[in-house]
Design a protein around this ligand. Structure first.
Ligand code: FEO
Ligand code: CA
Ligand code: CA
Ligand code: CA
Length: 624
């Protein structure tokens, strides 16, 4: 039996075990008193099993204001918000009075998705998203009124940071002299490419071509291509557009959350293109996946319209067996969808000119899951989002493919895509065809008519989240069919018993958490799970502590807690050195909303989003 076949057999066995326990449990039965989850002997067997993949001692839940990693590991600060990334750039000034010019030469705020590009044993490039700003920490006032330079500073703290790393006796450190170091911000020149480029809906007063756009912002998670580029994903772009004028905005603005009222970031107050009344097409130029060449600091970032416009979480790419590049894409909003892009062209190893055009053209699909309320596994299909097919024509308000892509959410609704519990990151297993997606939580499930309970979204008012896993038919990522099940259902077995709010059998009092968000595989196939959840440690969340990172065996279902973060942070962003002996993890927004964190410097210092490098005392592979 090949390794692949063995893994497949293990997977099938596990699904069968899960089904025998709970597969026929109805939604009504799920809320009744049967203690089927906690009392099941198989559950205990899984919890006690020791996966050969996972070799560290679990850490307990924590409410401490620090990063905790297992015995024999350390987590050291690599870079915090405001750290200079160029020689001669000013040091971080915590007063809130820094200039935009200073911020543009420093690491941006709210570190998120990141990718590691190894150049040699001692050199590497790290590309990191800077998702948004913490208004109360950015300024020396409450941020309710901003000067022009404060708007510019806010814009400069967004985007992407590219920085060279050097490995010395002290491990990986940033090299401020690195020639590839670059800040990409909300005002960096970019190009719109692909089927929607040049469309009427993308033309503005400043850009009659509909192809030249300034900036990227709210860059959540990421992707990395085998041809050496970085993908950064524009998520909550709507929050930067606003106006003081009373104008009517149609449903296509509403669907993306764009409102005719002042935005909280107030960019429209000094940068007119963010005034949606004056420049109604500017929002159409955001909400895309952007491809960046981190090896050429003079290169123009390219917004890839073929991948659709929505609130992109990450871009999980795999090269399919037949050579097509396949990208899985989540749209993180309650009741939005899960997508897949399949390139028209094929990947050719070493042919950069060919490979760098692969995200220009292809087919976008939306996922439709079987939705039986009593089944925690089933079938699914990918439905094509192409103009002229599946009702995507003038009868539903679409005039061409550009409109299908610009209004991808509306197109997904027309074709019957499944409304999901907020799809966050997707990760493709490095050794087999299984794909995993975090569905972080959804208070609207079972409350809003378009979000019925069932299928991969099995709980009403879902405040814990789950991870769905699917296998494309025949192991072919361009197939239109797949089988799915739930890898885990997060929950709290100390608060709830005998229903799905306790979580699936692989969740127990020692590894429980809520709101899975970032996920990624290492080379050995360990599944790393990061959380962005409720850190109150009370009520439904009692005993779960601060946000955290866990490690899962994707085949046996075992989950073990690896890291806990400081107060009021989210753990997000994950990358490894090629030897898997250094792991880069993002600690985002410690001390948000005035919570009492002073991470990382301690004392009475200002809390700062920070990347840490995790290593082992014995220099071994992380997680093994
Ligand atoms: Fe930026 Fe959906 O997280
Ligand atoms: Ca996220
Ligand atoms: Ca989240
Ligand atoms: Ca976040």
């Amino acid at each position: 039996m090949s390794e692949q076949d063995k893994q497949d057999a293990q997977f099938t066995q596990m699904i069968n075990r899960q089904l025998s326990r709970r597969g026929f449990l109805g939604a009504t039965a799920a809320l009744s008193a049967g203690a089927f989850l906690s009392l099941n002997p198989v559950a205990k067997a899984i919890a006690a099993a020791s996966s050969p993949l996972i070799g560290f001692d679990a850490v307990p839940a924590s409410t401490a204001d620090k990063v905790v990693v297992p015995k024999g590991y350390q987590a050291e600060v690599l870079m915090s918000w405001g750290d200079p990334i160029f020689n001669g750039a000013p040091e971080f000034d915590p007063s809130g009075n820094q200039s935009s010019d200073a911020q543009a030469q420093q690491f941006g705020d709210n570190t998120d998705g990141m990718s590691f590009f190894q150049l040699s044993d001692e050199r590497a490039v790290l590309a990191v998203n800077n998702e948004y700003i913490n208004i109360d920490l950015m300024f020396a006032h409450d941020g309710k009124k901003l000067s022009a330079d404060e708007v510019r500073k806010s814009q400069a703290a967004h985007g992407v940071t590219i920085v060279e790393l050097a490995r010395t006796g002290n491990g990986w450190q940033i090299d401020k002299g690195g020639k590839l170091n670059r800040r990409i911000t909300a005002f960096t020149e970019m190009e719109l490419t692909g089927p929607a480029a040049g469309h009427e809906l993308l033309k503005t007063a400043a850009d009659a071509s509909g192809t030249q756009v300034l900036g990227t912002f709210n860059n959540c998670a990421n992707g990395q291509t085998p041809w050496g580029t970085y993908l950064t994903c524009e998520e909550n772009f709507h929050g930067y557009f606003g106006t003081e004028q009373a104008v009517e905005l149609n449903d296509d603005y509403g669907r993306y959350g764009i409102k005719a009222k002042p935005s909280k970031y107030l960019w429209h107050s000094h940068d007119e293109r963010f005034d949606v009344a004056k420049h109604p097409n500017e929002p159409h130029r955001h909400g895309w996946v952007v491809e960046i060449d981190p090896m050429d600091p003079s290169s123009t970032p390219l917004k890839r319209t073929a991948l659709g416009r929505f609130k992109h979480e990450n871009a999980a790419m795999t090269i399919n067996g037949d050579g097509h590049a396949v990208v899985y894409l989540g749209d993180d909003e309650r009741g939005e969808h899960l997508y897949k892009f399949v390139s028209k062209g094929k990947y050719i190893e070493g042919d950069n000119a060919n490979n760098r055009s692969l995200l220009e053209e292809g087919t976008l699909y939306v996922a439709k899951f079987s939705m039986q309320p009593d089944a925690l596994k089933g079938k699914g299909e990918w439905i094509e989002l192409s103009f002229g097919k599946n009702g995507l024509d003038a009868s539903n308000g679409f005039n061409d493919q550009a409109e299908v892509l610009i209004y991808a959410r509306r197109a997904a609704t027309v074709v019957g895509g499944t409304t999901m519990d907020r799809p966050e990151w997707v990760a493709v297993h490095p050794g087999n065809q299984y794909v995993f997606c975090t569905l972080t939580n959804n208070k609207n499930r079972g409350v809003k008519d378009n979000q019925p309970v069932g299928g991969p979204n099995p709980r009403s008012e879902n405040h814990y989240g789950q991870i769905v896993r699917w296998s494309p038919a025949g192991g072919d990522h361009s197939s239109h069919e797949f089988d799915w099940d739930l890898y885990l259902i997060a929950g709290n077995p100390t608060v709830h018993q005998g229903n799905l709010y306790a979580g699936s059998d692989n969740i127990n009092k020692d590894n429980m958490f809520n709101s899975p968000d970032g996920i990624g595989f290492d080379k050995a196939g360990r599944l790393w799970i990061q959380t962005d959840g409720n850190y109150s440690n009370e009520g439904n969340f009692a005993g779960q502590g601060n946000n955290q990172m866990l490690c899962g065996d994707p085949m046996t279902g075992e989950v073990r807690r690896f890291m806990t973060g400081p107060i009021a942070c989210e753990i997000t962003g994950l990358a490894f050195s090629d030897d898997q002996r250094s792991m880069f993890v993002g600690i985002q927004h410690p001390g948000e909303k005035g919570k009492p964190s002073h991470y990382p410097a301690g004392g009475d210092s200002k809390p700062r989003s920070t990347i840490v490098v995790v290593t082992r005392d014995d220099g071994g592979v992380i997680g093994a």
